[in-house]
Design a protein around this ligand. Structure first.
Ligand SMILES: Cc1ncc(COP(=O)(O)O)c(C=O)c1O
Length: 377
């Protein structure tokens, strides 16, 4: 059975990227690797829309999140977490593990953060060092208003830390213009690279916290990364060289298409997916849906876990179910990274067939037709 990967990470990897990653291994302490690393960092700065320092780690996205916490903070620091889902909760879990008692603004799943709540909390609690949140919250399919939150945080001493692991390369994020001090990213989503690389960008304002941070760190130490990069064009520890080669090719592809066009493509695919599921009588889960994944409520009488399993095992179409308390209650179709119009059609088609098999009454073809009409606009 032919397989299709429509999950919000890992996402499909283009042939060009796979072939680039298959090149013979080079040593990480060579000028050749230094040149690749430098090109990767420059290319990522374009995707992040930043001139800030940017580091690449061999890790998954969660590594980038942990790196932010341990490099910015000290025990007893006050922090604010703006939690809109499973990945917001991850900020809570990481900070707590390091002995920090975070102040948390928690929203029901599916809702976005209200920037006014952030403003109020920052006024109420003086001395907050950092505000942590998500750009796209993959578990619920929302996109937060980072631009407005950025304006609010920029007026304070606090730094804004944004997890854009699923948003980068799919959802607009103008790091510098929007005053985002620290951005965490990963390779296996919008960047079209296999899992295994994590990225962090750091502003000058955030470097002041890094200078004074007392939480323990060894592998994640930003200062070591900066020193090695500036003095040797190297990472302090062995680089994931095959992934760096893949990333180089993926970033070239993004540059060739143009970031604006890449983001526009994601917007069109997202809009077609939404129109498609709505045409089937289904309801979107996100208050403000993002452009990288569409979260949909499982209709009454349908077993949501079975639906996802059926699409994967019987039709070869991998989508994601709901996480935690939303298991079986929502499903998520990604349109992220190396995706185009016909990936959306495949996803909707498999959905229509699986829903029909599960006894949900729909007119097959209606979802696809709605998506195609979007493409004809
Ligand atoms: C928004 C968000 N943050 C963090 C992560 C964690 O990334 P990883 O699974 O690569 O550690 C993910 C992955 O799904 C994500 O979507």
């Amino acid at each position: 059975m032919k397989k299709y990967l429509l999950t919000p990470g890992p996402t499909p990897v283009p042939e060009r990227v796979l072939l680039a990653s298959a090149q013979p291994i080079i040593h990480h302490r060579t000028p050749e690797c230094g040149q690749i690393l430098s090109e990767d960092i420059e290319g990522l700065k374009y995707v992040f829309q930043t001139k800030n320092d940017l580091f690449i780690f061999a890790a998954s996205g969660t590594g980038a999140m942990e790196a932010c916490v341990v490099n910015l903070l000290s025990p007893q620091d006050k922090v604010l977490i703006v939690n809109t889902g499973a990945f917001g909760r991850r900020w809570v879990n990481i900070t707590k593990l390091f002995g920090i008692e975070p102040e948390v603004i928690e929203y029901p799943w599916g809702r976005i953060a209200n920037p006014k709540d952030v403003e109020k909390k920052l006024k109420e609690i003086p001395g907050i060092k950092a505000v942590f949140t998500q750009s796209t919250e993959t578990s619920t399919g929302v996109v937060n208003d980072i631009q407005t939150i950025g304006k609010i945080v920029a007026k304070t001493e606090a730094v804004l830390v944004v997890d854009a692991v699923s948003g980068l390369g799919g959802q607009e994020l103008n790091t510098d213009e929007w005053n985002v001090d620290v951005v965490a990213g990963g390779s296996q989503k919008g960047l079209m690279v296999p899992p295994g690389l994590a990225f962090v960008s750091i502003s000058q304002k955030a470097w002041k916290l890094v200078e004074n941070s007392k939480l323990p760190k060894f592998y994640w130490d930003f200062k070591a990364y900066k020193k090695f990069l500036e003095e040797k064009k190297q990472t302090p520890y062995t680089s994931a060289v095959s992934l760096l080669l893949g990333l180089q090719e993926a970033l070239r592809m993004i540059k060739e298409e143009g970031l604006e066009q890449v983001l526009q493509r994601h917007a069109i695919l997202a809009s077609a997916t939404r129109k498609g599921v709505e045409a089937l009588g289904l309801e979107l889960f996100a208050e403000v849906p993002c452009n990288v994944v569409t979260a949909v409520k499982v209709p009454e009488g349908v077993d949501g876990v079975r639906l996802v399993k059926m699409m994967r095992d019987e039709y070869g179409v991998g989508i994601a179910g709901g996480q935690r308390e939303y298991k079986g209650k929502i499903f998520r179709i990604a349109h992220l990274g190396y995706m185009d119009r016909f990936d959306v059609i495949i996803g909707l088609s498999a959905l229509e067939i699986a829903l029909s098999k599960l006894g949900y009454k729909i007119e097959v073809g209606k979802g696809i037709a709605a998506a195609e009409k979007e493409f004809l606009k």
